[in-house]
Design a protein around this ligand. Sequence first.
Ligand code: SAH
Ligand code: SF4
Length: 402
Amino acid sequence: MEQARPSAKPRSASAEMPNLIGVDREEMAAMLRGVGVPDRQVKMRVSQLWNWLYVRGVSDFDDMANVSKDLRSTLRAHFTIARPEIVEEQVSNDGTRKWLLRFPPRGAGRPVEVETVYIPEAGRGTLCVSSQVGCTLTCSFCHTGTQRLVRNLTAEEILSQLLLARDRLGDFPDRDVPQGSMVPSSDRKITNVVMMGMGEPLYNFEEVKKALLIASDGDGLSLSKRRITLSTSGVVPEIYRTGDEIGVMLAISLHAVRDDLRDILVPINKRYPLKELIEACRNYPGVSNARRITFEYVMLKDVNDSLQDARDLVKLLKGVPAKINLIPFNPWPGTNYQCSDWEQIEKFADFINQAGYASPIRTPRGRDILAACGQLKSESERMKKTDRMAFEAMMIAGHGED
Ligand code: SAH
Ligand code: SF4
């Protein structure tokens, strides 16, 4: 594991100034009009700025070569495009990277910190983005669930995680690429985005929607909607809206196939039980065998990992275009759950495989830097050093295979 304080820290975002990142074109146009950009120029300025912000990834008005000095200084006087502060950057033995980012206060609040994780794999790289600081939900096996909700992230803060990760990975094209040129999507480091960091994205629907529509805008960051996956614990009404209004891929944190158990593991089930959830998935706008829904299933020893559970899982998903993702439970200090034995996970996976679902086990990544699913937490509740040492000992004892 490497730990670094990045030397070239970008000027961090100021609390008071409106940020041009995360607003849509109409809002940006209104902001420009508001600082005196003449009406006839507004449209052209918006597309220039859009290109600088999202194709070239600049975070300083001075880098906008085709914008006049006067306009640059007007923009600088009223707006910011700065990145959040990087509090910590960690690189795992397996190449996974984790950033702890600090965002300025909103209104009377305090600065907040969130984690963003990059997972490189053969032929692709996935960025795991947070939508909230903490979570209002209290899934009993999730570390984030033990932390109260501090606040929703804004669209700017959600997008900034992607922009900053692209900065740090050298994933923006050279600054001297002529304006209007295409960004090659083939050698990008970040090819996929998953809303699987901290928080429940569908409890922050409007900001998540805004951020994802900008991330998939063809004249900007250009991520295909098929390469963006939103994971939810099952906020049924917003599932329909996700398909209709955002159009990204969907993942459901299922984790149990019976309501009595799911009520405990994923308590939002009491509000939206399995029948309603599966119905929403069946009717997810755009779902098809080519665009399947991913069902995440965390493997908890002696809780949800029996072959009967596997059988019921296959039965439950009958007729839904589905992928199944078995996630070995990632322990955290204080949890009472244990990860299922490897043999049991394999037996469970074999059953699922035989039912026609391909390679369903998700390999844990970045465990040495606590970057795996469900382990993210913000600085405000970080582990004390003694806890961390005890935890590391537990990981080494229980998960030698990593
Ligand atoms: N709130 C959203 C997205 C964030 S969690 C959701 O619940 O879907 C991303 C995934 O990690 C979810 O499937 C979640 O259930 C799973 N997860 C949470 N804690 C975990 C843990 N300790 N080990 C393994 N997976 C976990
Ligand atoms: Fe929140 Fe998702 Fe964790 Fe549940 S699993 S507590 S919804 S972050």
